[in-house]
Design a protein around this ligand. Structure first.
Ligand code: IMP
Length: 433
């Protein structure tokens, strides 16, 4: 297998960081294609726990190259902070981390604009407050600042000053308080640009030349398909293309160079932020999932909303992405449950819903149809061989595969790199061979 996309099949936080970290061993380059430091990949290496927000987790593997593609939005301060933390942990990024010259830059006024939009109680999205959405707004409006601008100090100063003029009009109109010291912020960004410059490349060229030279690339999605700007639960989504298509637009890799697409899904489901969530469990069972699964945001620390595996949602994200195989994570969180509900269909106004509705009002109105599967008493936590899983856990996985129409090719049973099962005879096993 050469070039593979690994992405979230639900609302993010599916455990992609661990999966990418584990499988990056088989690739030469790991590339991020969208989002920014709103993503938080928690990776455990031995006793060490690291939260990577912008830098692809492949950086933790010596000798691998990490690429931040053009589709990502970059807060230079966050990037430099992460690099410093990596270096403090003994991970040398020199000559191994490359940043696209076409990626857009998150600037101080983006966070200001986000505070404004999130302060409307009826319209708040529950964002991570990192300035992600407003940065993408400026990108699409064709007035954004790119990394290639940031590293050219004179050019940057001119574009920045002109943008500040626009944002000042908004700040005054909306009464957003005293003006920040825009000039000091600009000079700080100039200094960031100087530090980032050695890492800047035409990463589309770098990736395509690498592929032509026989190198293998792992494309790492952030967030999840249900947060995709087009296919997610709009407007309660992030502002980028989190789906598989985003890997091509967000890196400059042609679609016909992609060999496989892998979806990562929890054995249940979670969501952070506002928006519809058909299988949410707001009772004690949901609370148990949150506590046992440690379901608190890696970036914001917010408690995640928890619920049951949603087959129709998975079928929808499998359709959008064309999953070849699923990697089911956090199976061990279900250990000890007597029964496990799984949503196998929805009703809308008393009739079966044939597809994922486009409006949130309709998604809110969906009535999940549950089937209850038996739980297991022997723990799965830490299991590394499929045949060592309790029979009920194997049946649970087989049920998810059958109902979603996508094989469960790998299963994660704990946070450590080693706590992973590759299902024997699966397509995934062949892909990873
Ligand atoms: P934004 O990406 O900060 O604009 O937030 C938009 C929505 O996406 C909010 O509901 C966030 O909670 C959600 N979101 C953004 N990044 C992540 C992530 O990495 N995991 C889960 N949810 C996320």
């Amino acid at each position: 297998m050469s070039n593979v996309i690994i992405l979230g099949a639900q609302w993010g936080d599916e455990g992609k960081g661990k999966v990418v970290d584990l499988f990056s061993e088989r690739f030469d380059i790991v590339a991020r294609y969208q989002g920014g430091h709103n993503a938080g990949h928690t990776v455990r290496v031995g006793d060490r726990k690291m939260v990577l927000k912008l830098v692809p987790s492949g950086i933790l593997r010596p000798g691998k190259t990490a690429v931040i593609g053009n589709g990502v939005v970059i807060d230079p301060a966050a990037l430099l902070e992460e690099i410093t933390a990596l270096e403090a942990a003994g991970v040398d990024v020199t000559g191994r981390l490359f940043v696209s010259n076409r990626a857009h830059v998150i600037l101080p006024f983006h966070r200001m604009m986000e505070r404004l939009s999130e302060s409307r109680p009826d319209r708040a999205i529950g964002t991570t407050a990192r300035g992600i959405g407003p940065c993408y707004e400026d990108k699409i409006a064709r007035r954004g600042v790119r990394i290639s601008d940031l590293i050219d100090a004179d050019r940057f100063r001119a574009i920045y000053d002109s943008l500040v003029q626009d944002k000042e009009v908004l700040r005054v109109a909306f009464g957003l308080g005293e003006p920040p010291d825009w000039n000091a912020a600009r000079e700080e960004y100039v200094r960031y640009g100087e530090r980032i410059a050695p890492m800047v490349r035409d990463t589309a060229l770098l990736l395509n030349e690498s592929v032509r030279a026989g190198k293998r690339v792992l494309f790492e999605g952030a967030q999840g398909t249900m947060l995709d700007i087009d296919h997610g639960t709009y407007p309660f989504v992030t502002s980028s293309s989190a789906g598989a298509g985003g890997a091509c637009t967000g890196t400059g890799m042609p679609p016909n160079r992609i060999d496989a697409i892998l979806g990562v899904s929890k054995a249940y489901i979670t969501r952070v932020g506002h928006g519809p969530f058909p299988t949410e469990d707001k009772g004690a069972a949901g609370e148990r999932l949150r506590e046992k699964g440690g379901e608190f945001g890696a970036v914001t620390g917010r408690p995640r909303r928890c619920g049951w595996f949603d087959v129709p949602l998975l079928r929808y994200t499998a359709m959008i992405n064309g999953f070849d195989s699923l990697i089911i994570t956090k199976l061990d969180v279900l250990d000890g449950l007597k029964e496990i509900p799984v949503c196998v269909g929805y009703k809308l106004c008393g009739k079966p819903a044939e597809s994922m509705p486009a409006t949130n009002e309709q998604i809110e109105a969906l009535e999940p149809i549950y089937e209850t599967l038996p739980g297991w008493t022997k723990p799965t936590a830490g299991t590394t061989r499929y045949e060592d899983l309790p029979a009920e856990a194997r049946s649970y996985l087989a049920f998810l595969s059958e109902k979603t129409g996508v094989e469960a090719g790998a299963v994660s049973t704990g946070p450590d790199r080693s706590e992973m099962i590759i299902v024997p005879g699966s397509r995934f096993e062949k892909l990873m061979a």
